[in-house]
Design a binder for this molecule. Structure first.
Ligand SMILES: *Cc1c(COP(=O)(O)O)cnc(C)c1O
Length: 416
């Protein structure tokens, strides 16, 4: 790739800007995208294995999504939830028919979907005459979004520091430790909130047996099982929703990211029983489920539910992970392991993950960071074999470049 102004491609942005500086941004801006590729304003092409952090599930400018959005844009954009919204009823009906759920509340984001899930769980016990049962057991390393309740639920200091008194009611325990979960259950426990694969936390896998044990515990103690499938949902792991791999179903589930394919869209799904407290006037959203979002959400589902679509995800995931295992064999000094589920893959780095992401960027491959020194690969679900081969080639080149740079550093280091 061409170097810009003698600097590394897309080095961290130092431009003063009126944007609140809460993100460390890469100095790249994209003008157009097509499928798995993005093109910058100055014409450089990147293979997009970050997909806007698992959002562009069908890649960029998917013709079916473009057509659904533009058709809807010519009719009606917004009416508010004071009226019936046909696209909303249709998308809800389809989500219900493909999941455990009986009812759906639409939001604009993942955090709002999780807020709705937390409120639904608390309200259930209140409606059952036990308002003292409001606490949720959560897991260390979790991520549920950036609202006050969502950061309290995740509990990580880097999210909560300085934001004042935390929303009470969350009891974090170590991931995968069923005894710790059992010990944390009290008279005040309303339920358990978990990501089927921790995304931001570093692609930390949750064993199917663990999810089954949580389901059993919830049934035994009258708790609600809440899944955060904001990142794992909408086909990302090769099933429509990741919990299907374990054979269990939750009582409540938050989704977002991939279901909107790039349009802000989330949802909270629940069984009729779990949602029993969510009656007229208890919750709302001005934009949630608006006609534009619904047109896109329905179009995303059209494609994901097509025969063979999820099989392709699993096949591409298999090829990618096979190739990555060979990369780990050859370049174990740079990447020590790869792990994940479907097209949600974490490269556990031995080098700094920021350096690895930069080296991948230099080879024209976009990725996303994650905790635990992970580089996340979250390609669009529409990738084909040539994209996998292309990505693996770029990853190998990046590893080789990093290894050579390290060798030069050592050779160039002063001797004593
Ligand atoms: C991204 C994410 C969220 C938050 O979604 P936003 O749309 O950023 O609010 C919540 N939970 C998980 C698991 C996520 O990956």
């Amino acid at each position: 790739m061409n170097a810009v102004r003698g600097a590394r491609i897309g080095s961290l942005c130092t431009v003063t800007s009126p944007i609140m500086p809460t993100y460390g941004r890469t100095d790249l801006s994209f003008e157009r995208g097509e499928g798995a590729f993005l093109e910058t304003t100055d014409g450089r092409r990147f293979l997009d294995f970050g997909a806007g952090v698992a959002v562009n599930s069908l890649g960029h400018a998917h013709p079916h999504l473009v057509s659904a959005l533009t058709k809807q844009a010519e009719r009606v954009w917004h009416t508010s939830n004071l009226y019936r919204i046909p696209g909303q009823e249709e998308l809800a009906r389809r989500l219900v028919s493909h999941t455990f759920a009986d009812t759906v509340f639409f939001t604009n984001s993942g955090a709002e979907a999780i807020e709705c899930a937390i409120k639904t769980a608390r309200k259930y016990h209140a409606a059952e005459g036990q308002p003292e049962r409001y606490r949720l057991i959560t897991f260390e390393g979790a991520f549920h979004g950036r609202t006050l309740a969502a950061i309290a639920a995740a509990g990580q200091e880097k999210l909560t520091q300085g934001f004042g008194p935390l929303t009470p009611g969350f009891d974090p325990v170590p991931l995968g430790d069923i005894e710790a979960v059992k010990a944390a259950v009290s008279e005040e426990t309303a339920g358990i909130l978990i990501e089927p694969v921790q995304g931001e936390g570093g692609i930390r896998i949750v064993e199917p047996e663990f999810l089954r044990a949580l389901r059993a515990l919830c049934d035994q103690k009258g708790l609600l099982l809440i899944l955060d499938e904001v990142q794992t949902g909408a086909g990302r792991t090769g099933k429509l929703f990741a919990h299907e791999w374990s054979g269990i179903t939750p009582d409540i589930m938050g989704i977002a990211k991939g279901i909107g394919g790039g349009f802000p869209l989330g949802a909270c799904l629940a069984t009729e029983k779990a949602a029993k407290g969510m009656t007229v006037g208890t919750h709302g959203s001005t934009y949630g489920g608006n006609p534009l979002a619904m047109a896109v959400g329905n179009a995303v589902l059209d494609v994901i539910l097509e025969e063979g679509f999820l099989d392709n995800v699993t096949q591409m995931a298999g090829r990618l992970s096979q190739g990555l295992a060979m990369v780990v064999d050859t370049y174990g000094d740079i990447i020590e392991d790869s792990r994940g589920s479907g097209l949600m893959i974490g490269l556990k780095c031995r080098a700094e993950n920021t350096a690895v992401r930069q080296a991948l960027l230099d080879q024209g491959l976009l990725t996303a960071p994650a905790g635990d020194n992970i580089v996340r690969l979250l390609p669009p679900l529409i990738i084909e074999e040539n994209h996998v081969t292309d990505a693996l080639g770029r990853i190998e080149k990046a590893c080789l470049a990093l290894r050579e740079a390290q060798a030069n550093d050592i050779a160039g280091a002063p001797h004593d």
